[in-house]
Design a protein. Structure first.
Length: 409
């Protein structure tokens, strides 16, 4: 599949206070499914941004699957929000089928959950990004002929205490800068930050607590190493991206502009392509924000782009039967910031973990497409894009249609 941007769906009027008859029943089912899975250590709901309704007292995954299928089949979309909800229900059925042990072909699985079919990122683009990263590293003093890579990253390493201080500083500086650039200074997103240790791929994770409060967790497990500049990128992505979007979405749900089903989010739905892509895009769509980054913050951004591009391809190849050891060497050759331990954990999860098999795929491909969005849009239209993308939930097809319209008007 090429990365050409083409319209994929019709733009219909948005609902206002008139939602599908099954709206509350669908919310009850998602809350019931979440309650069913939590004893298994599985969180179905990521953000819960709507008024409380009692969970459906489901007794089994089979019962949930039948409910999801019934609701999916019963929707004839009248507008873009209902198109998204139908796609969300379809994604949930695929994820639940995988949880129940069904083996689903990789490309089919990823496409039905994320809305994007897996595609390789060309070597030329990966090499170009490696050059960009090397130049950014040189600007913070890296000279390969005089210093080993290990010594270089050792100079940049920070501990938990310093990371906590940086988190507060970055929220005070970068978030107001981004909100001002987007004219979103009135958005409210009160939240709590916790530093925890969990052996998983993520370094920052946003969600809501069972009480509906916004929660940001930073992961300081020994598997991860934090560097100067990391917190600039992470704060902008997690707070400026995911929390600001949560605040916007909650406000539009309360005003009746958005169907509340959309406010009960999962990471197994076709919004992740847009959500992760826009959270990253804040750091390069907005010159005001980029100017506020330190040289180390730019390194943090550029090394993650390279990581996500390389992991995009490795994610596909490991599911096509490539030798994992060869893929460890492939990733390390481009991205020495990672460790073999961390890479092997990812390679295993991309094949066997029903959540990571789809969700972790979107990082690289969403950044790749958003780079193309940037090239097509003027600076002002990039801001218009961000305001639109962060105010609701859409599938990749829907957002590509919007970009197409925005680029030609």
């Amino acid at each position: 599949m090429s990365a050409e941007i083409t319209p994929n769906s019709s733009r219909n009027p948005e609902p206002s206070h008139e939602f599908m008859p099954d709206t509350e029943a669908i919310m009850r089912l998602y809350r019931g499914w979440d309650a069913l899975e939590r004893p298994n250590g599985i969180d179905i709901i990521d953000f819960d941004l709507v008024h409380r309704v009692d969970p459906e007292p489901v007794q089994s995954r089979r019962e949930v699957l039948e409910g999801l299928r019934s609701f999916h089949e019963g929707i004839t979309p009248r507008n873009r929000q209902e198109q998204f909800i139908k796609a969300k229900l379809n994604a949930s059925t695929y994820y639940l089928r995988a949880l129940m042990g069904e083996e689903i072909p990789y490309e089919e699985y990823v496409e039905n959950i994320t809305g994007i079919r897996p595609e390789l990122i060309p070597d030329a683009d990966i090499e170009r990004q490696r050059k960009i990263l090397n130049e950014a590293m040189e600007r913070v003093g890296y000279r390969p002929i005089r210093e080993s890579f290990e010594d270089f990253v050792s100079r940049l390493r920070i501990g938990k205490d310093e990371a906590e201080i940086e988190a507060r500083r970055c929220e005070d500086v970068l978030i107001p800068t981004a909100l001002k650039a987007l004219n979103l200074e009135d958005v409210e997103f009160p939240h709590e930050i916790r530093f925890i240790e969990e052996e998983d791929y993520w370094m920052g994770w946003t969600s809501t607590t069972p009480e509906g409060l916004l929660l940001l967790r930073y992961n300081v497990h020994p598997i991860h190493t934090w560097y100067q500049g990391d917190m600039e990128f992470m704060t902008l992505h997690e707070v400026g991206g995911h929390f600001v979007q949560a605040g916007l979405l909650r406000r539009r749900i309360e005003s009746g502009e958005v169907n509340p089903i959309i406010g009960i989010t999962t990471v197994q739905e076709p919004h992740t392509f847009v959500g992760e892509g826009t959270a990253d895009a804040l750091s390069y769509f907005l010159p005001e924000v980029e100017e506020a980054f330190s040289p180390e913050g730019i390194v943090a951004r550029e090394q993650r782009i390279l990581r996500d591009y390389v992991q995009n391809n490795a994610h596909i190849w490991v599911n096509q039967g490539y030798d994992p050891e060869g893929l460890v060497a492939y990733i390390r050759s481009y991205y020495p910031f990672s460790t073999e331990e961390k890479i092997r954990l990812n390679l295993k999860n991309w094949q066997t973990n029903p959540s990571r098999r789809a969700y972790q795929y979107v990082y690289g491909i969403s950044r790749y497409y958003h780079g193309q969005f940037m090239e097509r849009l003027t600076p002002e239209k990039r801001k218009e894009y961000l305001r639109h993308a962060m105010a609701g939930y859409e599938t990749p097809a829907q957002i590509m249609e919007y970009v197409e319209e925005l680029a030609v008007t």
